[in-house]
Design a protein around this ligand. Structure first.
Ligand SMILES: Nc1ncnc2c1ncn2[C@@H]1O[C@H](COP(=O)(O)OP(=O)(O)OP(=O)(O)O)[C@@H](O)[C@H]1O
Length: 295
């Protein structure tokens, strides 16, 4: 599979001088075309900052982001983002169909094609027949489906999702997870999704990237070798799922998972023997990090 996203040495620092805060440091990873990768990391570690840099909303202060080989220096036309807060991202004065068509207004697409594509994509997220309603007439889960449809209507090369299911109830969350995997499979979408939820990351992903605490760096890059067909009950009960979930949880909780040269404050006095995990080069880090987590 060709590389869709290449992040190299990515650093982002907010502010200058005494107020400077490095949110992400020297991140490097690639996402292949058609892959669904999840990012998990502790609260405040820099996940949203990473997505903002990838989407071109804020510039990297170091390193680079490439989308299908082109350097990202502003918001790329073929990238879409789904945010957690659907109620603030949909326009309440536009119908569902007009919300979904909205991104096509900047493309050379006729009015007839706009409405046809909106209808198709609404059908693909299980919302055919609601195009004439307004967002506020729909449930939260349905509104988030509209947001996903709107993101997909322009057939983006990369779909970024920032905690997309954090504001819906558990059952709707499961339905939206399955929808996301179906969309990835049916449309061949490349998806990078940030979540706080370890189970969700394992259930959804082909790969899970585990970030360190702030400033974020990659401490593990796990391949999720579960069968492609997933089921909310049987997959989550499977031995492999439970094992992978434990692996991610151990990585996240491990006090040993520190950046090189930055000892864990809790063990700083212990000197040699403090375990560190290489960052930057993601290859092979999972085993090292897991070993750190288990030691
Ligand atoms: N605009 C900003 N100016 C200065 N600092 C910021 C800004 N945005 C974020 N930060 C800081 O950068 C760090 C990373 O923030 P970010 O929102 O990227 O983390 P996150 O992992 O997405 O957090 P959460 O999991 O809580 O959503 C935090 O310490 C945050 O306070």
């Amino acid at each position: 599979m060709p590389t869709m996203l290449e992040v190299s040495g990515l650093t982002h620092q907010y502010g200058q001088g005494e107020r400077a805060h490095v949110a992400v440091r020297d991140l490097a990873f690639t996402i292949e075309s058609g892959q669904l990768a999840c990012i998990v990391g502790p609260s405040g570690c820099g996940k949203s900052t990473l997505l903002r840099c990838i989407s071109g909303l804020i510039p990297a202060t170091g390193g680079s982001v490439r989308l299908h080989g082109d350097e990202v220096s502003g918001v790329p036309g073929d990238l879409a983002v789904v945010f957690q807060d659907y109620s603030r991202s949909l326009f309440p004065w536009l119908t569902v169909a007009k919300n979904v068509e909205f991104p096509l207004r900047w493309q050379k697409v006729s009015k007839a094609e706009r409405s046809q594509r909106a209808a198709e994509v609404l059908e693909s997220v299980g919302l055919s027949g609601v195009g004439k309603k307004y967002p506020w007439q729909l449930s939260g889960g349905m509104q988030q489906r509209v947001s996903i449809a709107r993101a997909l209507v322009s057939r983006p090369a990369l779909l970024l999702m920032d905690e997309p299911f954090a504001s819906v109830d558990a059952q709707t969350r499961g339905e939206l997870e399955d929808l996301t995997r179906r969309v990835q499979r049916d449309l061949g979408s490349t998806i990078l999704l940030v979540t706080h939820d370890i189970d969700e990351s394992v259930y959804l992903a082909d790969r899970v990237l585990v970030l360190s605490k702030s400033p974020a760096s990659i401490v593990a890059d796990l391949t999720i070798d579960l069968p492609a067909e997933r089921n909310q009950i049987t997959t989550r009960e499977s031995e492999r799922f439970v094992s992978l979930r434990g692996e991610v949880a151990r990585l996240l909780q491990s006090p040993q998972v520190q950046r090189p040269g930055e000892p864990d404050p809790a063990t700083a006095e212990s000197g040699p023997g403090t375990t560190t995990v290489e960052t930057g080069d993601t290859a092979g880090t999972a085993d090292t990090a897991e070993a750190a987590a288990r030691s």
